[in-house]
Design a protein around this ligand. Structure first.
Ligand SMILES: [Zn+2]
Ligand SMILES: [Zn+2]
Length: 177
């Protein structure tokens, strides 16, 4: 067998992927025995996986941004109704109803970002939902996660949102789509 690139030279090795012959010079090109064609095939596979991963990250950020604005819209209308129904006025903030109004208008819409923060934290310490498998327990887990998400939401939203918008903007600039 001769080298795939140099038909006049004898092969001293074979490509790890396709098994074609490689001469002395060609066998030392990449650190492993592999031909040019298979190197570019491996590289394009890596690039493909990398851009898929990037697309998933951007899609995740977009989902969160969309959920935030959807909740903001819905809860905005709900809050206006709520305030009207309680006959609250800006001059009468002592009325306990204002606490509810703030929760509806500010804390609820930030839920997706709180949820994301908890998901990221729990994935780092390897807590999986499977720990809680058995329907009702899983529901409790989600319920408590939602409550915590609402509690921390407004505090994590500015930084998380800023980061998400940056990621989305960069993905548009590099034309990953
Ligand atoms: Zn090959
Ligand atoms: Zn060669």
């Amino acid at each position: 067998m001769n080298c795939v690139n140099h038909p006049d030279k004898p092969a001293v090795a074979v490509c790890a992927d396709c098994g074609c012959g490689l001469c002395h010079e060609c066998s030392h090109k990449y650190g492993i025995y592999i031909c040019d064609r298979c190197v570019s095939a491996r590289n394009s596979e890596i690039n493909e996986r990398e851009s898929t991963r990037k697309r998933e990250i951007v899609a995740r950020e977009k989902r969160c941004v969309n959920a935030f604005f959807a909740l903001l819209l819905v809860m905005g209308f709900y809050t206006i109704n709520y305030i009207n129904s309680l006959h609250l006025t800006l001059l009468n903030p002592a009325d306990g109803g204002w606490f509810g109004a703030i929760v509806y208008a500010v804390f609820f819409p930030c839920l997706p970002w709180g949820w994301r923060t908890i998901s990221d934290l729990t994935s780092k310490i390897h807590i999986k939902h499977t720990w809680f498998i058995g329907g009702p327990l899983l529901l409790f887990y989600w319920l408590y996660k939602a409550i915590f998400s609402i509690m921390i939401g407004p505090f994590v939203t500015p930084s998380k949102m800023k980061r998400a918008l940056k990621i989305i903007r960069e993905s548009k600039e590099t034309n990953n789509f």
